[in-house]
Design a protein around this ligand. Structure first.
Ligand code: PRX
Length: 647
């Protein structure tokens, strides 16, 4: 990462036709900070309100941290994503579905999507789901995932989407935490030609969740599944009986829209709560301006709906804007390494949005997979999830985009709802590896260890100084944890958990997490979660997990394991532990390296010194720093000597 690297300027024809050019950005950004009420009042006019709001921003980052936007307004998110488009674009395609198998695809117009969502909303209602109830969604990347989210929004139920790659245990924890009483899943998922046993996982999870009354099951793969009559319901049967008419529930602007679980430094994943109006407005606005989305364009975000990127930039933002959004069930390497680009050609995709890990994985297979496709329709290329290394950035730009596509590296988080630092592609030039500058209304501050805000070019911890409409409002059932996690390190500011540099041009460079969160292939994992999964294994006495640089995944998972007395390390045990973590959390948490440790470096008060473990994992053993506070400095030489053995 080199903050002084070249700027790739906005091409004149892009600036000329963009929603926002450089002068607009400067003017609007300044206005959004100087007069947030005026700015956001105007912007909120892009949503349809059942009852207009009178107050705009009512937010404090101090004390209890109370954030409200448009608080007395009334609206419905599904109405904004569907109904209001019917008059003007009822026959326009809303969602394109591209199946795992390239022979399978379909699409639905806004009118058809509206009908499906209304029917599903009625199915939920007919089984007793009410406003405020939590509905868990555990689905593959099929159209029904979007319908399910919007059907919940339609009746005021709060959805909690759980990524289909999570294990039954992770699903169970999330169902229990939010007290969900209704689960929507599929018989099986299909990815890369392989089947994922979603219903079987759901059955296992629900066995420990007495509150779940029903499992609604989409028939996706057609395999046989276990069935509990009375509890289990087939989606297609229920839908065929349901009425296609369902009035949208009037929702307060601050009524919760969804819960999405994400990992933090400590403890179990937390249920981040997003509310209705601010979130919807923010995702719509960022989607439109960052990608410069124009009516009629085909937009494809490759994320899974189980993550915030899928929520904000497959479903809510694009549909609120009346866009055509593509949902992809498969993976970049199936049936071959051209898949991304052949889908681009097949559906004439204009805006393609993916993650650095996916870019790196297709890049290493060679340019021929890209070059055999046309990609002539592409106009904008986006990246999200982790810092993008300049090599991947340049390849994306030069090989995929043939130098003519704008690149948008977008930085945001589950908690921020939408883009915080990202280029508006018509407004300013970009630098490979920098997410560039803040979006309207976003006030980034870089602080030092003492919480002192730094000026000019600097490096430190990235905070946000004031509220923006798309931010999370709380952690489900634990507001104190919300305050503690995000607002206690630097009082009065939202702490992102990321480090950042700001260069002399005011561009931001995210350097990665500064807490105990690791980012594996753009997936966020808490080291504490993986440690407690490992420590639940009968042969493990203690485990410490750190991230280390990984060519493909960005960060890999490096595990130090101390075994119980009488147990000894072996290849078989290594494989068993990897399998164990896959089962406890999911395949994304599988350790890449296991380091058998006789002891872990601890301070005299018993705290594990992760700084040292990170250095050993990265093979940066020359500069271990101050080790004088260790209870037993001899541990270090044992660990350094043990590096790479059995990993
Ligand atoms: O460390 C940052 C990294 O991903 C974290 C947020 O993870 P999650 O909540 O799962 O959301 C991922 C998708 C938005 C951040 O704290 N991150 C995300 N986007 C970028 C990034 N790091 C660098 N550059 C990005 N564009």
């Amino acid at each position: 990462m080199t903050p002084d690297s070249d700027v790739f300027p906005v091409r004149p024809e892009v600036a000329a036709s963009a929603w926002i050019n450089e002068t607009d950005y400067a003017r609007l950004y300044e206005r959004s900070l100087a007069d947030p009420d005026g700015f956001w009042r105007e912007q909120a006019g892009r949503l349809d309100w059942f009852k207009p709001f009178t107050s705009v921003k009512d937010a404090s980052f101090d004390g209890e941290v109370d954030v409200r936007w448009f608080a007395d307004g009334v609206l419905n998110a599904s109405y904004n994503c569907l109904d209001r488009h019917l008059a003007t674009r009822g026959d326009q395609v809303a969602l394109i579905w591209e199946g795992d198998d390239p022979g399978e695809s379909s699409s639905v117009t806004y009118r058809e999507a509206h009908e499906q969502v209304c029917r599903l909303a009625n199915v939920l209602k007919s089984h007793g789901v009410k406003k405020g109830d939590r509905v868990t969604i555990y689905l593959p990347m099929i159209l029904e995932a979007a319908y399910a989210m919007l059907a919940c929004a339609r009746i005021g139920a709060v959805h909690s989407v759980v990524f289909g790659g999570f294990s039954s245990d992770s699903l169970k924890d999330r169902i229990l935490d939010c007290g969900s009483n209704f689960l929507i899943t599929a018989d099986e998922g299909v990815r890369g030609g392989r089947r994922l046993p979603l219903k079987a996982n759901a059955d296992k999870a629900v066995a420990a969740c007495a509150a779940v009354r029903h499992i609604l099951v989409v028939r996706r793969a057609g395999g046989t599944v276990a069935w509990e009559p009375g509890r289990d319901l087939w989606y297609h049967e229920e839908m065929s009986k349901a009425s296609p008419v369902c009035d949208p529930e009037p929702m307060g602007a601050e009524d919760p829209l969804f819960i999405l679980y994400t990992s933090g430094s400590t403890g179990k994943p937390k249920g981040v709560v997003h509310t209705t109006a601010g979130y919807l407005l923010y995702t719509a606005l960022t989607h439109k301006y960052v990608f410069d989305y124009k009516d009629g364009e085909i937009y494809w975000c490759t994320a899974d709906v189980g993550w915030i990127t899928g929520h904000s930039y497959i479903v809510y933002g694009p549909l609120a804007n009346g866009a055509t959004s593509l949902i992809f069930e498969g993976v970049p390497y199936y049936p071959d390494h051209s898949r991304f680009w052949s889908v681009v050609d097949k559906h004439r995709v204009n805006i393609f949005y993916t993650a650095p890990t996916a870019i790196r994985s297709v890049m290493r297979e060679g340019d021929q997979w890209v070059k055999k496709t046309s990609r002539a329709t592409l106009r904008v290329l986006g990246s999200v999830g982790e810092p993008i290394n300049p090599e991947a950035w340049l390849w994306f730009h030069e090989v995929v985009g043939e130098g003519r596509c704008a690149i948008a590296d977008t930085w945001f988080q589950t908690e921020t709802g939408g883009f915080m630092i990202a280029p508006l592609i018509g407004a300013f030039g970009v630098k490979p590896g920098s997410a560039t500058k803040p979006f309207f209304g976003v006030r980034p501050v870089i602080v030092d260890h003492n919480g002192q805000a730094l000026e000019g070019a600097c490096e430190g911890s990235l905070c946000i100084a004031d509220a923006w409409p798309g931010m999370a409002r709380t952690i489900f059932g634990d507001h104190a944890r919300f305050v503690q996690t995000y607002f206690s390190a630097f009082p009065g500011k939202y702490f992102t958990g990321d480090g950042a540099q700001r260069d002399g041009d005011g561009y931001y460079w995210i350097t990665g997490r500064v807490d105990d969160v690791i980012n594996v292939s753009g997936h966020r994992l808490g080291t504490a979660e993986i440690e407690s999964a490992l420590e639940a294994h009968p042969k493990v006495a203690e485990a410490a997990v750190v991230g280390y640089p990984h060519d493909l995944k960005g960060q890999g998972i490096y595990v130090y394991v101390t075994l119980n007395a009488g147990e000894s390390p072996s290849q078989a045990l290594r494989e068993e532990l990897v399998k164990w973590v896959r089962q406890e959390i999911g395949p994304i948490a599988a350790p890449d390296q296991i380091h058998w440790a006789t002891d872990l470096p601890k301070t005299r008060s018993g705290k594990i010194m992760r700084r040292i473990l990170r250095k050993i994992a990265a093979n940066d053993v020359e500069a271990l720093g101050d080790t004088s506070t260790l209870a037993d400095p001899g541990v270090i030489s044992d660990l350094v000597g043990g590096r790479g053995k059995g990993g």
